[in-house]
Design a protein around this ligand. Sequence first.
Ligand code: URA
Length: 206
Amino acid sequence: MNEEEPEYIRLVEQTEIFKNCKNIVIGRGNENAKILFVGEAPGRNEDEQGLPFVGAAGKNLDKLLNKVGLTIEDIYIVNILKCRPPENRNPLPEEIRMHTPWLVEQIKKIKPKVICSLGNYSTKFFLANGDVDKMDKVSGITSLHGKPQIIEFKGITITLLPLFHPAAIIYNQKLLPLWEEDMKVVKQVSESVKNEIDIERQKKLF
Ligand code: URA
C-alpha cells in the first residue's frame, strides 16, 4: 500500500474485489463534460481493458448516445464500484461504502450539471445522498426512470435523470419502448445543458 495515495484510493484498495480484479476502472470520456453517466460496476471486458462500458452494455450505451446526438466528448462515464465483482454479482453495501468516496471526489472535480444514473444501485445511491444505509429506503428505477429531478448531492445542485441500466435492455426486451421514451428526455435535458453552457460562454466573451 502506498502511504502517499489519497484516502479514497486506499479505501478501494482495501476491498476484496480490488485484490481480485485485473484493472481499476476509473472513467472514460471528457473530464470537462457537464453530463455524467454513472453505472454499477465493471464487467469482464471493462476489467480487461480498465475502461467502463466497453462490453455489450457499452454497445447499448453507445446507441443511446448516438440517438440523442451525444458523443463520448459530451459526457464522462464512471461506475459506483471501481472493480469488477466476481461473476458480476450485485455490489455489496460495504463495497459501495468503500468505493464511492472516489466517485464523490470525481463528482466534486467534474461538477456535472446532469447525472444520468444507470440502474437501481446508481439511482438509489444519489437519491440517498450517498448514504449507503438509506439506499434501501428510497424508490427504485422502475418508478423513477425517465423523470428528471433536481437533487442536492454533497452540496452540488444536480439534475438527476434515472435510466434503466443498458444491460437490462439486453435481458428484458420489454423495456425497449420505455427506454426509447426515456431517450427523448435525455435529449431534452442534454440540449438544455448545451444551451446553458453556450450562454455562459457568450456571457464571458461579451
Ligand atoms: N455495466 C456497468 O454498470 N458498468 C460497466 O462499466 C459495464 C457494465
